[in-house]
Design a protein around this ligand. Structure first.
Ligand SMILES: Cc1cc2nc3c(=O)[nH]c(=O)nc-3n(C[C@H](O)[C@H](O)[C@H](O)COP(=O)(O)OP(=O)(O)OC[C@H]3O[C@@H](n4cnc5c(N)ncnc54)[C@H](O)[C@@H]3O)c2cc1C
Length: 418
């Protein structure tokens, strides 16, 4: 277990010896034959679940099984935006709970996750869109979430380089000032280190290839490093949710699609907030390194490949130049893709599955990074109590059979539209 507390004193002490004696942030654990709880997936959600199981529920015999390396899935591929600007009450409560955890996360984990409350601004391009934003902003305020409706002139002052207009003039916008960004890798590393300090075994290069079910209950998992017995199994595998759940005979209302993103070459600070436009399918922020990080919609076909096609990149570049013509002089540095698990109502599934001892967090579509702390906390609660917390009770799998959809966008069972 890593025991060094990160502090100014530790930094100074290690500086005297040339930084050669820092202990590894987490151990390379070998799998044991049995654990009280096993989590499949070493992304932010799986690691957070393990951490809260150990810390909040004192379940010390926990393993996280990751087929690749920690944070190599969507956690390390996302565009790092965190926010809770939702209209529907279950979403508002869930994501606001996550925002509150973000605000204290660096201190709680003793690891700087670089949460930056730089604001998330949604641009409205028509009076009707602005009306809808006013309604959402009012709903957010009623739920205790910060929201400000901005005029066109206020936006011009806040985002001076947003000088484009074209077919999409900006008429106003909705700002969540506490929204912003966090450093994605740091979130995985911070949770991994804190979970390891609580005794969790983190096992990389260990793919789950089967789930053993005996008399309707989980008995363990088959892995590339052998069989591991457990009676509590949590699935946190993002774009692979339906494939892994199918190993236990569970069919999920989820489709997997590629979502791409790209960054430009780094430049001096020029954009100090996150800007999004639903009308042109575009969002952008500037990373601490100076790169402009941007993305758009999913590729419209099902896929498990972690790479997409050029038309979406072209669309994102077009949308960028429509809103920020001056960015045309920047060169694209790299682009990548991740597999997102699109649910039929655009909202996640966090809870029990119809096999005793089997639980999941998934179906996060475009937006699960911001939910990482809440998702882990709530899945851990559900696994420890074999019953959901009030905040994740609405996000059960049964809602699809019972017609209690949480359809924020009103798009219906059309995953590619959420
Ligand atoms: C391009 C892009 C941009 C995004 N931007 C944002 C954003 O700005 N804000 C936001 O909130 N969300 C965003 N998201 C969504 C967000 O990244 C995800 O919802 C979130 O990171 C999911 O976290 P996770 O821990 O569940 O998944 P992951 O980080 O993908 O972790 C799951 C892990 O499970 C492992 N795994 C899978 N199958 C198995 C198996 N059989 N055995 C063992 N391990 C297995 C995988 O290797 C992976 O490491 C974005 C996603 C993408 C792709």
């Amino acid at each position: 277990m890593s025991s060094t507390r990160y502090s100014l004193y530790a930094l100074a002490r290690n500086a005297l010896t040339g930084h050669r004696h820092w202990p590894p942030a987490w151990r390379k654990a070998a799998p044991r034959r049995e654990y009280q709880a096993v989590i499949i997936g070493g992304g932010g959600h799986g690691l957070a679940t393990a951490y809260y199981l150990a810390k909040e529920h004192r379940i010390k015999s926990v393993a996280v099984l990751e087929k690749g390396w920690l944070g190599g899935g969507n956690t390390g591929r996302n565009t790092t935006i965190v926010r809770s600007n939702y209209h529907l009450a279950p979403n508002a409560h869930l994501y606001e709970f996550s925002m509150k955890l973000w605000e204290g996360l660096s201190r709680a984990l003793n690891f700087n996750v670089m949460y930056s409350a730089r604001g998330v601004l949604n641009l409205a391009h028509t009076p009707q869109e602005l009306d809808a934003f006013a309604r959402r902003g009012n709903a957010m305020r009623l739920n205790g979430i910060d929201a400000e409706l901005l005029s066109r002139d206020e936006i011009r002052r806040r985002v001076p380089r947003r000088d484009g207009a074209g077919r999409f003039p900006v008429v106003g916008g909705l700002l969540q000032p506490r929204g912003g960004t966090a450093r994605h890798d740091a979130v995985a590393w911070g949770y991994a280190r804190a979970a390891d300090a609580h005794g969790v075994d983190i096992i990389e290069r260990c793919e789950v290839t089967g789930i053993r079910v005996t008399n309707g209950a989980v008995a363990g998992v088959e892995t590339t490093q052998g069989f591991i017995a457990t009676q509590k199994l949590g699935i946190a595998v993002a774009g692979n949710s339906s494939r892994v759940a199918a190993m236990a005979g569970v069919r999920l209302p989820i489709e997997s699609h590629v979502l791409q993103a790209l960054v430009t070459e780094p430049v001096k600070p020029c954009l100090d907030t996150v800007v999004t436009s639903g009308a042109v399918h575009y969002y952008v922020s500037q990373s601490a390194k100076g790169e402009l990080v941007m993305g758009g919609d999913i590729d419209g076909y099902n896929s498990y490949a972690q790479r997409g096609n050029l038309p979406v990149i072209e669309h994102v570049a077009e949308a960028c130049l429509l809103l920020f013509p001056s960015f045309s002089r920047l060169r694209m540095l790299r682009s990548w893709g991740g597999i997102v698990d699109m649910s039929m109502d655009g909202s996640p599934i966090i809870g029990k599955l119809p096999v005793r001892g089997l639980y999941m967090t998934g179906g996060w579509c475009y937006g699960g990074f911001k939910a990482t702390p809440a998702s882990g906390f709530l899945l851990a609660h559900t696994m420890a109590h074999d019953a959901p917390h009030a905040l994740n009770a609405p996000f059960s799998l049964e809602r699809f059979a019972e017609g209690r959809l949480i359809d924020e966008r009103g798009a219906g069972a059309a995953p590619w539209l959420h």
